[in-house]
Design a protein around this ligand. Structure first.
Ligand code: DAH
Length: 313
């Protein structure tokens, strides 16, 4: 039996031998049944045989199972070096990446993200921003009007109003999103992106504004950015400025800012004798172009994967 076990060629054969030995009518089973009638020496012999046979079965079983597994591995394998159809991994679009970068910077500075509708009513897009209907500054923005009197929002400034109306002051918020104007060339599109910041509290000053803009741009571009401000005009700020940033040896116009006009605060039920704040707003498509070295803003929206790949995205 020992040789038979050692020479078994398959698990089935081994199973048959096992039944022959330890089954109901097995040879070993029969011997074990007689144990009670045996002398101590005889018992020891049977016990030793019992243990040895069980060990042999176990070893052989392991050996046969391993052999079966190895045979399977030898035939069923995957060649990981085989060519297959290349799969493109998706990436974030430069515009989305920029949106995330800017948001992360402003959030790190304690500004809270707000959103608002892209179809906006006259009050939030213009009137509450101290730009009533007769106001000549409405002409500054080539507005898309809808038939019902609403507009495609021309500026994210509308969200300042929505935020102050909703939660009042003090407030430190920003908004980021699409804005719409009737214009189109290599650096302007009818739909573009703006970011807007607002900080109103009891002792906010112009120097807070300048520090905020400088920090925002420096963190975004990951280098020290020099900025300068020039006097300007916006209906919703007084005084108003435009700010530029130094890029190489050039000054680039970035956007508008200023101290929130008392009328704007009043329109949101905030007492301007008690509270003051700054606001800023700018289009950031060009910032994405500068940061990622892109040249034609229209490509942002073509959805051309080859171009996106070439940008390194
Ligand atoms: N909304 C202005 C624009 O679209 C930009 C702007 C200027 C926003 C001054 C502001 C601000 O919040 O204070 O041109």
């Amino acid at each position: 039996m020992k040789d038979k076990i050692k020479n078994a060629k398959s698990l089935e054969e081994l199973q048959a031998l096992y039944t022959e030995t330890f089954g109901k009518n097995g040879t070993m089973t029969a011997k074990l049944k007689t144990m009670a009638t045996l002398s101590n020496e005889e018992r020891a012999v049977v016990n030793a045989e019992n243990t040895e046979l069980r060990g042999l079965f176990k070893d052989k079983q392991t050996e046969l199972e391993n052999a079966a597994l190895n045979a399977k591995l030898a035939t069923e394998y995957v060649d990981v070096t085989l060519d297959c159809e290349p799969k493109n991994r998706g990436t974030l679009h430069p515009v989305t990446q920029t949106l995330k970068d800017l948001s992360a910077v402003l959030e790190s500075m304690g500004f809270e993200l707000w959103t608002g509708p892209e179809i906006e009513d006259d009050w939030h897009n213009f009137t509450a921003l101290n730009t009533p209907e007769y106001h000549p500054a409405r002409d500054m923005q080539d507005t898309f009007f809808l038939e019902n009197g609403n507009v495609m929002r021309t500026q994210t400034s509308s969200i300042q109003i929505r935020a102050m109306e909703k939660v009042g002051v003090p407030i430190k918020m920003f908004a980021i999103g699409s804005t719409y104007r009737k214009e189109m060339d290599a650096t302007h599109l009818p739909s573009f992106h703006q970011i807007e910041g607002l900080y109103v509290d009891k002792d906010v000053t112009m120097s807070d504004l300048i520090a905020t803009l400088r920090t925002l741009l420096s963190k975004f571009f990951e280098r020290d950015i020099e900025i300068r401000i020039r006097p300007s005009y916006f209906p919703f700020t007084e005084p108003s400025v435009e700010f530029d940033m130094k890029w190489g040896d050039k000054w680039l116009e970035m956007g508008g800012a200023g101290m929130v006009h008392p009328n704007v605060l009043r329109n949101c039920n905030v007492n301007p004798d008690e509270y003051q704040g700054f606001a800023f707003g700018f289009g950031w498509d060009r910032m994405a172009m500068l940061k990622y070295g892109l040249d034609d803003i229209r490509k942002f929206y073509d959805g051309d994967v080859r171009w996106l790949k070439n940008t390194g995205f």
